[in-house]
Design a protein around this ligand. Structure first.
Ligand code: TXD
Length: 318
């Protein structure tokens, strides 16, 4: 059985552990600086095994030695947003945390496929790769799958079409500048532009849904008051781990390292990639309409700007 270590046993980390156990995907090590939280959640999930019929090992710990030789590491260590905070407001504190995490994993699991979830995602995943010096194709960020899933859900809810019949991509930075790729959005096989043209989907409603997707996290933060979204983010992270561990070579929107693709060099940004047993095996360059290209470039600029802010905090990230 493969081994997945979850660094962070909070809302998302605990949900990740539960999903991985239910899917019998791998043995789980749940790590947190709050050892009791990790041990308590691990024990609680393990005690559901007789009911659920899984036999994966689940261990809680605050010792990186227990995460040794992980096949996959999923990182949620950090602080989530409070109402009124932007994802970017988390930069300084989560940058410090990701440095500690990098020091913990870089010698114990040098061959792991690392999925970063901690916000502000695009910059944190970039810092993680620099701090660990892991190969770029073995370090990836989870955001696009979640943003795309939110977009598809809102379209499905409005149009009364089941989510499995809606295909789309939300790319770019995981923030207000994320881009719903309308030229790559199909409802039951029909381009979404056709639904707008024949009046089945009003343009202002589509704009509302795009905006709601951008604010998908903030909407949940407002409801919860303490903490942020965790079920859909955890499902999205498991989708990536599964594609890697089972070599599914799924095409998934993720924050991946660009080395010239889309005209971008040395930056992590949300793009469609193929995830298989070699990690990020390929960056897929889709054709972008002039509007998509313009919005995509704006999104890249906002990631670049935040990365500059990260360098001001830690010049070693240059
Ligand atoms: O799409 C996305 N990428 C986003 C990511 C979707 C939703 C939430 N997003 C971010 O994930 C969120 O803004 C946070 O930055 C992370 C984790 O969110 P979560 O809701 O799981 O936060 P919790 O419940 O506070 O859990 C964080 C845990 C907590 O138990 C801390 O004790 C632990 O992180 N923590 C640490 N673990 C290990 N090492 C260190 N240094 C550490 N510091 C805190």
């Amino acid at each position: 059985m493969k081994k997945i270590s979850l660094i962070g046993a909070g809302q998302i980390g605990g949900t990740l552990a539960h999903l991985i156990a239910l899917k019998k995907l791998a043995n789980v090590v749940l790590f947190d600086v709050s050892e009791g939280l990790a041990k308590g959640k691990a024990l609680d999930i393990a005690q559901s095994s007789a009911v659920e019929g899984f036999n994966v090992n689940i261990k809680g710990t605050s010792n990186y030695e227990d995460t040794k030789d992980s096949d996959v590491i999923i990182i949620t260590a950090g602080v989530p947003r409070k109402p009124g905070m932007s994802r970017d407001d988390l930069l300084a504190i989560n940058l410090k945390i990701i440095k500690q995490v990098s020091d913990g994993i870089k010698t114990t699991s040098p061959k792991a496929f690392v999925i970063c979830i901690t916000n502000p995602l695009d910059v944190i995943v970039s810092a993680l790769q620099k701090y660990t010096n892991f190969k770029h194709n073995k370090v990836v960020g989870m955001a696009g799958i979640l943003d795309t899933s939110r977009f598809i859900f809102f379209l499905s809810e409005h149009l009364g079409v089941e989510t499995s019949k809606i295909k789309s991509f939300v790319l770019g930075g995981h923030g207000d500048s994320m881009v719903a790729m309308l030229n790559h959005t199909y409802i039951d096989g029909k381009p979404i532009s056709e639904l707008v043209k024949n009046g089945k989907l009003k343009k202002d409603k589509l704009d509302f849904i795009i905006n709601r997707t951008k604010n998908g996290g903030a909407e949940i933060v407002k409801f919860l008051e303490k903490g942020s979204a965790f079920y859909a983010p955890a499902s999205s992270g498991v989708e990536m781990a599964d594609s890697y561990l089972n070599n599914r070579k799924k095409q998934l929107p993720c924050a991946a390292f660009l080395n010239g693709e889309y005209g971008v060099k040395s930056l992590y940004v949300g793009v469609p990639v193929i995830i298989g047993s070699n990690g990020v095996e390929k960056v897929i360059e889709i054709d972008l309409s002039p509007t998509e290209k313009e919005n995509f470039n704006k999104s890249i600029d906002s990631v670049k700007k935040l990365y500059e802010a990260a360098i001001k905090i830690d010049p070693t990230l240059k």
